[in-house]
Design a protein around this ligand. Structure first.
Ligand code: ATP
Ligand code: MG
Length: 373
């Protein structure tokens, strides 16, 4: 995938900016708080997803302005680099002059605008944001989200399964909560209802786990190879799916723990309680990884995510790397700089010295004003 050009108006602190990226590396440098991440976030919005910083749509529009506009030209690289597709023009707006609730809409090649989410899949990108460091140290939920988000991007059917699972899980939790607070309801009635819900949970839960395992089988070797090269073999990364059940075993597990769940008043087993374990030299990275090691793990995962998507869809996502080099030693920096030259990559940095030797396009961001360095 390639971004050919981007025009930004009234986005965050950027009144107006025009970016013509390099084929491979584009560097956005500048001091703190100048708008580098804002511009990276604007590129990310072309994926159709929400802000990776969790920003609400209203926060994305420049203060005092009614709406923001992003106009981009993108192109699929596809298998045949010699004969790429015609460029696609995307116009994304956030808010409208007369709407009290600003939403994001997108128009492709001049067609009538649709919800921005309809862009999903048309501009694949993978983002590394320092907030993602919590993937290593944070709760299992973040790691499950990492897997689920990738699966949703790759297979539209996964979102359907996932939503079904979550809906039934909510019903089950409501039932379990009621049964622990209102024990007067006949036990047999509750158990019968629970059985119906568990049957559906087992069906969707097995499908979720099976897809996560299959995706991990692709992702893990890529991530481990990335880590190996990034750290020059200093330590070894392994990924392990921490499963609660073996394939085909969820129904039996739910049955076995039914009484316990009724007592606890909440659901205790299923893929929503599983985890992706990250190990460095066999030890949990969550407990033992240093700052630079955490960063290396997350980067290895993210680059693996991009490579896995490329092998599944045939289209390599654009890489958006926010403040990626800090805390890394020179060897790791050097390795990343070479990786950045392989696929279209956007990188922000306060310090441009590492990039001056590269042949990337270097831009400077100053108070929301973008200029060629
Ligand atoms: N809706 C908005 N309207 C105007 N300014 C905004 C808006 N949202 C954010 N900003 C401003 O954008 C600036 C932050 O920009 P950004 O996060 O891109 O900085 P940065 O260059 O990435 O800095 P750092 O190097 O610290 O990461 C802040 O000063 C913030 O006040
Ligand atoms: Mg930033």
């Amino acid at each position: 995938m390639r971004l050919l050009s981007l025009e930004v108006q009234n986005y965050r602190n950027i009144a107006s900016a025009s970016l013509t990226p390099g084929r491979e590396l584009t560097v956005l440098c500048g001091n703190n708080g100048q708008g580098k991440t804002n511009l990276l976030e604007a590129i990310w919005l072309l994926t159709g997803g929400k802000s990776f910083r969790g920003g609400k749509d209203a926060e994305l529009v420049r203060r005092g302005e009614p709406f923001a506009v992003l106009e981009a030209s993108t192109q699929r690289a596809q298998k045949d680099e010699q004969e790429p597709d015609d460029p696609t023009r995307v116009r994304l707006t956030i808010g409208t002059p007369d709407s009290p609730r600003p939403g994001r809409t997108a128009s492709v090649n001049g067609a009538p605008p649709k919800r921005a989410a309809s862009l999903a899949g048309s501009f694949p990108a993978v983002v590394f944001d320092p907030g993602h460091l919590s993937l290593v140290k944070g709760a299992p939920e973040g790691r499950r989200k990492f897997l689920d988000a990738a699966l949703c991007q790759l297979y539209p059917g996964y979102l359907t399964i996932y939503r079904r699972y979550v809906r039934v899980l909510q019903q089950k939790n409501a039932l379990l909560r009621r049964s622990s607070t209102a024990p007067e309801r006949p036990y047999a009635e509750k158990a019968a209802l629970l059985e119906v819900l568990n049957k559906e949970l087992a069906l969707q839960g097995e499908a979720i786990q099976q897809r996560r395992r299959a995706y991990l089988a692709k992702l893990a070797p890529l991530a481990c190879a990335n880590y190996e090269e990034l750290s020059r073999g200093a330590e070894r990364l392994t990924l392990r799916y921490a499963a609660q059940f073996e394939p085909g075993g969820l129904a039996a597990l739910l049955k076995a723990r039914q009484a316990e769940e009724l007592r606890a008043g909440q659901s205790l087993c299923g893929p929503h309680r599983e985890d992706l374990e990250l190990l460095l030299d066999g030890q949990p990275a969550r407990v033992f990884a240093s700052q630079g090691q955490q960063r290396s793990v997350v980067l290895s995962l993210k680059m693996a995510e991009a490579a896995a998507a490329a092998s599944i869809t045939g289209e390599h996502p654009v890489l958006l790397l926010d403040d990626v080099l800090s805390e890394l030693d020179d060897g790791r920096k050097q390795y990343l700089l070479t990786r950045m030259r392989e696929k279209q990559t956007f990188v922000t940095s306060c310090d441009d010295t590492a990039f001056l030797k590269t042949d990337g396009e270097v831009y400077r961001m100053n108070g929301g004003v973008l200029s060629k360095a």
